[in-house]
Design a protein around this ligand. Structure first.
Ligand code: HSE
Length: 440
């Protein structure tokens, strides 16, 4: 490295443009923060001439990001292209092999190929930094890679997708439809190029796989994450949760169990009085439970140009100061294989919403099926359609009614068996809704 840190920036979308703006705004103060000037010397983007709100005419343009990754003039390759494979992977590998440091916001790439890329970075003695890949502007990678290494971590969990949290918040607080809320999140630049990654839970799963590795010293194992998205959350669930004292959040959770590590992403009921329930809109939150440190929680902006560019800059400052650590805190060769805990052994409380044919014996049959699996109910409520008056028995036998149950602690296997039996009995008219309750 010379007396300046010279960047090759690939990808000029939301985050890339945000970084150009941040560097322009910091101006010469960046050099004193970094100990040396940091400058972009070349950029690469799919379309050179696209209308942008940042001026890129001052930078050398390189059409091929892989060529930029190997460019002799650059010290750091900043990969803001995205995608688990393809040109992003090719370019990052090329940069590492050419002895360039890499800074990336690409959670999909690292969730799938993190262990081999970390090994490559270590082999060539360069950094592979990814603060911007997890929870936008929250400096959680640095905290987990460095600050919390004095503790053994038992659980890491959080709200890791700004788009989903934004959608759920608008649905809950403003009664917006799912489609309206998604459109707004896209307009704000929070959503991924394919919003299916956000609402399907996969973006959260990518980020969770990285946090799991940092927490437990295991190889990132995205393929072992159990994933459910928010597409099935209905206004009826949001309303029922509210009445029961909960909010619904899409959580990513990784925890050590006796049988291995549980990694799961799913809509989750969180009690209204907890801090995580108050994390609204595009905000993210990461909670880490450690032995000596206790419970730590970080809350902040989870997506968007400014926060994500701020995290990219934090990685660049570390490189400028020559503060270079193993990407996943543990040396790549010492990362342990991931031992997966099966989802059927998951233990917790459950919220169940059933659309039940309102006929004599249905309620009792449902309660019996739950009891057959040893499931104890904390509450069971039948909700009439709003036109029906409680106590006035004018309902026609067989009309569907909503039954909402909250269970005490049980296992996923027991819940699934009970719901299968209830469906087989023919009392429900639609697929049951099941939302896990996280112990906080
Ligand atoms: N689509 C992501 C989100 C962007 O909504 O959180 C940041 O990774």
């Amino acid at each position: 490295m010379t007396d300046r840190l010279k960047l090759g920036l690939a990808g000029l979308g939301t985050v890339g443009s945000g970084l150009v703006r941040l560097m322009a705004a910091r101006g010469s103060s960046l050099a004193s923060r970094a100990g040396k000037p940091i400058e972009i010397v070349a950029v690469s983007a799919r379309n050179k001439r696209k209308k942008r709100d940042v001026d890129i005419s001052q930078f050398r343009f390189v059409g091929d990001p892989v060529a930029l990754a190997r460019d002799p003039e650059i010290d750091v390759f900043v990969e803001l292209i995205g995608g688990e494979g393809g040109v992003a992977k090719e370019a990052v590998e090329a940069a590492l092999k050419a002895g360039k440091h890499v800074v990336t916001a690409n959670k999909a790439l690292l969730a799938h190929h993190g262990a081999s890329l970390a090994a490559l970075a270590e082999k060539h003695g360069v950094a592979l930094n990814f603060e911007a890949a997890v929870a936008g502007g929250i400096p959680v990678v640095k905290v987990m890679r460095e600050s919390l290494k004095g503790s053994d971590i038992s659980r890491v969990y959080g709200i890791l997708n700004g788009t989903c949290n934004y959608i759920l918040t608008l649905m809950e607080r403003e009664g917006r439809s799912f489609a309206e809320a998604l459109k707004e999140a896209q307009a704000e630049g929070y959503a991924e190029a394919d919003p299916g990654f956000d609402i399907g839970g996969f973006d959260t799963a990518h980020k969770l796989a990285l946090l799991t590795s940092l927490a437990f010293g295991t190889r990132p194992a995205f393929e072992s994450v159990y994933v459910e998205g928010i597409e099935t959350i209905a206004p009826a669930d949001i309303e029922a949760a509210d009445g029961l004292g909960y909010r619904i959040k899409l959580l990513g959770v990784a925890l050590r169990t006796e049988s291995g590590i549980e990694q799961r992403v799913h809509p989750t009921m969180v009690p209204k009085e907890t801090a995580i329930a108050e994390v609204d809109g595009v905000s993210n939150c990461v909670a880490i439970d450690g032995d000596f440190v206790g419970d730590v929680m970080l809350i902040g902006p989870g997506a968007g140009a400014g926060p994500t560019a701020s995290s990219v800059m934090s990685d660049l400052l570390d490189i400028a100061r020559n503060h270079i650590l193993a990407p996943f805190a543990t040396k790549a060769k010492d990362l342990m294989p991931y031992k997966k805990a099966q989802m059927r052994t998951h233990e917790g409380g459950y919220y169940i919403r059933l659309s039940v044919f309102d006929r004599t014996g249905a309620f009792a049959a449902i309660a019996t099926r739950m009891a057959d699996q040893g499931i104890s109910l904390e509450s069971i409520v039948q909700r009439l359609a709003s036109a029906e008056l409680p106590g006035v028995h004018r309902r026609r036998e067989g009309t569907p009614a909503t039954v909402v149950m909250i269970t005490h602690q049980t296992t996923e296997a027991a819940i699934r068996k009970a719901l299968q039996s209830i469906a087989r009995d023919g009392h429900v008219e639609a697929k049951p809704q099941m939302i896990r309750i996280e112990k906080l």
